[in-house]
Write a protein that binds this ligand. Structure first.
Ligand code: SF4
Ligand code: SF4
Length: 195
């Protein structure tokens, strides 16, 4: 009798599941959309004229608990300028065999150069291919941007150059102004998540 009721309960559970919402995703044919602030593959962002925001300071590498970032800084010159500052990253690598997607590196970045995208398809056939180079991580050139090296394409003033970042989402100046703060008083950006 006990075996009979046990079986009946088991069939009942199976039957009840037949009317529940199916949670199976048809990956890779219909890849699921992650949450907006999902931490995926990194991006090295650019200024609106195409110059790189990264100044090769290595703060991201020092903040990384998994030792996944390698940076070598180089000096900008008037003939060879890659970023607005004195320095740029001549070498920049992220090892996705080590990265745990914690986001500490993007918190440490002082220029909002480094942000994280929603891209999660990072599986590769070899460990070497999991080391992404600067060329792979750099944001693509958008219309109106020029491939560095080139001089800063200033607006009417140097201030315009940075405030123009309002049209370039992910910058601290843009985030501050979007929040209604006075852009002439730099403060903590309102949005610090993945961009
Ligand atoms: S997300 Fe975390 S583990 Fe990955 S590179 Fe950044 S700091 Fe390192
Ligand atoms: S990504 Fe940011 S923290 Fe890392 S080296 Fe470049 S400017 Fe510095």
């Amino acid at each position: 009798m006990g075996t009979f009721t046990g079986s009946f309960k088991g069939f009942g559970v199976t039957f009840a599941h037949m009317f529940r919402k199916v949670v199976t995703t048809e990956y890779p044919f219909k890849p699921p959309t992650p949450a907006p602030r999902y931490h995926g593959r990194h991006i090295l962002n650019r200024h609106p004229d195409g110059l790189e925001k990264c100044i090769g300071c290595e703060l991201c590498a020092w903040a990384c608990p998994a030792d996944a970032i390698y940076v070598e800084g180089g000096d900008n010159t008037e003939e060879q300028r890659f970023s607005p500052g004195e320095r740029y990253a001549s070498v920049y690598q992220i090892n996705y065999a080590r990265c745990i997607f914690c986001g500490l590196c993007i918190e440490a970045c002082p220029t909002r150069s480094l942000t994280m995208s929603n891209e999660y398809e990072l599986a590769r056939d070899s460990r070497q291919d999991l080391i992404f180079t600067k060329e792979q991580l750099l944001a693509p050139l958008l219309p109106g941007m020029e491939q560095p090296p080139h001089p800063m394409r200033l607006g009417d003033s140097e201030k315009d150059y940075y405030l123009g970042s309002l049209t370039n989402p992910g910058t601290s100046a843009g985030a501050e102004r979007a929040g209604g703060a006075d852009a002439s008083q730099p403060g903590e950006p309102l949005s610090r998540g993945a961009a």
